[in-house]
Design a protein around this ligand. Sequence first.
Ligand code: HEM
Length: 490
Amino acid sequence: MYYEDHSLLIYLVGFLTVIFILKTFLTGRWKISKEWKLPPRVPSSIPFLGSAIEFNKNPIAFLEKCANEYGDVFSFTMVGKTFTYLVGHEASAIFFNSKNDQLNAEEVYGKLMTPVIGDEVAFAVPNHIFLEQKKILKTGLNVAQFRVHVPLVEAETRDYFQRWGDRGEKDIYFAISELSIATVSHCLHGKEVRSYLDERMAHLYEELNGGISPSAWLLPSWVPLPWFIRRDRAHKAIKKIFAKAIGERKRAGSKDDFLQVLLKAKYKSGRQLNDNEVAGMLIGLLLGGHHTSSSTGAWLALFLAKHQDIQDRCYTEQITVCGKELPPITFDQLQKMELLDSCLRETLRLRPPIMTVMRMSKEPIKYKDLTIPPGHQVCVSLTVNQRVRQQWMPDPLEFKPERFLDGSADYSDKFSYVPFGGGRHRCIGENFAYMHLKTIFSVLLRKYKFHLINNNFPEVNYSSLIHSPVESLISYEPRNSIRVEENGKV
Ligand code: HEM
């Protein structure tokens, strides 16, 4: 949901592009040695915009076509910038194994994320400090915390679906987005911040999100676009609310939750995190966990709605793992739900919410006989890597969760299955995401049987940075109207 006025944007992009080209030309910023063999270049007859139009229509189809034609490394122009894609596990290895001063993340993500998250965390600080911050976050994302989170997520989810009534039609992407702000906030921000979660707060999050838009990739963050101004205002207001919650917690004293982990944490230097850093991390966690989970949850629901047989087996699994009375969910039970786990795994293979990860090359990068020069936006498409045909036979494009159960999924090559990225920028939220989504789906499966409307499985919305469904209406009816036999069969 972006708040963009495109005419204003086009003028600004044009103006800044001229400056960019002049600057690059006059300073000779990226010198290319004649001895280097550069990656093959995808031709385009449109100057400056290059392949942008074709790419934006369907990036996956475009990248797969290029990989077939040019091999596992190729470059193309988009909006005056050179993008070089590495396809498949072998080429991707140079991406995921690189150091930050070879392939740099701050340069591509900083401009987009710093105004949203804040100036003392993540891409606004040197990478070794961010790595320390990630380590701190990881200490709080442990099994002991997850055992506490499961009942919180279950209660929030029950409350949420209570409002749905017995049967009807709902937009599942919208629903899981709305629900997961509450669940992620409750688990990771703590009770105080969760208690402030009302319409105003939801509106502030929405305005903050409006700043994560294609224009923020292209333009400096100070450009006075209306949606940048709203983003900055929302950032300040949310920080103020978090500062209040942190203050309350400090006065009330210790609680054994994730927020407390951050308040107690120290850098290697012995310095404690300051309140601005804690608040920045809280915003980062919400943004990192919320959109990715909402999109994955929506696709999982849609796949299960399409494959009624698998949906019914997932429900049967609830009974076989937890017992016929379906008591409150525990973390240990979630671990035993292998079919639901495989469905999630397969959803993340076919519809990873982050379609592409990106870095800026800071020095010549060698791959086979090719050299990627400094100044390229070097990318790996997680979606394309996870569809490479020979690794996912049979039916690589079909939803077949069994492939993860019967051992037929061959992802022994390290970078052929990468929904959570890899290397030094790898996601720290994987285990949380599994706990979170499996709990939500346990509640959903127990309560409802859900269907596609008119058997209509949605296309991917390629215009947003997180690849969500274009539409996600499902219909639902009570699960308890469906007979369960003694042996757990539906
Ligand atoms: C990084 C995916 C949930 C926090 C990443 C990356 C991917 C990813 C692909 C690598 C980005 C890159 O290399 O540029 C996902 C998916 C999720 C998910 C698919 C859920 C289905 C979460 C959650 C949290 C989180 C729940 C927080 C609790 C982070 C952080 C990074 C990260 C802190 C590190 C960024 C860096 O080092 O540059 N995630 N994520 N993610 N994710 Fe997640």
